[in-house]
Write a protein that binds this ligand. Sequence first.
Ligand code: PEP
Ligand code: MN
Length: 271
Amino acid sequence: MKNLKLATRELDQRTIIKISNVEIGRGFTVIAGPCSVESEEQMFESARAVKAAGADMLRGGAFKPRTSPYAFQGLGLRGLKLLSQAGKETGLPIVTEVIDPRDVSWVAEFADVLQIGTRNMQNYSLLKEVGQTGRPVLLKRGMYSTLEEWLNCAEYILSEGNPNVILCERGIRTFETYTRNTLDLSAVPAIKELTHLPIIIDPTHSTGRVNLIGPMSLAAVAAGADGIIVEVHYDPAKALCDADQALTPTIFKDIMQRLRPLQSFMDDLPS
Ligand code: PEP
Ligand code: MN
């Protein structure tokens, strides 16, 4: 891999990122919550549901990078406050996306983890800005990006002095249209070979289909990923963003009940 200095892996080096009581890179971390923060009721009900099902962290977007400028763009500061309150009530650290370099410093005051979305993976001024905060960064793979391009973007953050980068494979564009994107699961072992950084899977945006999210979550465990990030809404029919791919709390709970035993089984396998 060209030009990488800090992202490359040496011998058994592995980065473990501590966020309150969660350690990303040790065990299997489940991040769940709605695509976007929509209202107090929606955020708190969704947060309580994912906590009850055993999630480790809470997600929710306050700034939504939407394909259409007329689509719901997120609640901004009000959304961040609701997410932060729901995180405090449930005891779950929070992940939220930041899309504008000018917002990074104040969003970082609320967020435990700053998410860089697929559309912004190569937004270098945004990468430099999040690199200058001490906050862990969840760096999603660009939907048209190679592993080398992705790792170079991680390098931007690392080279600004922020060592806490979590990679997230969220599917890439291929000729297939049945799924929203194509989940590149082979990225997990490849990334593990190339870098010491943890990698999680987003089975939601990669498939875009509720019925495929459970199987791909289990596949993420089997592939050796460090976790998943999934969208769960207390009432998906009412979701203002990504309604077709939101899990109900019941489906999420079912997935968790199969995922945790698989995780224990994998932990016991000889390495
Ligand atoms: C999201 O997590 O809601 C999101 C917009 O993801 P992505 O950047 O992977 O499309
Ligand atoms: Mn979404």
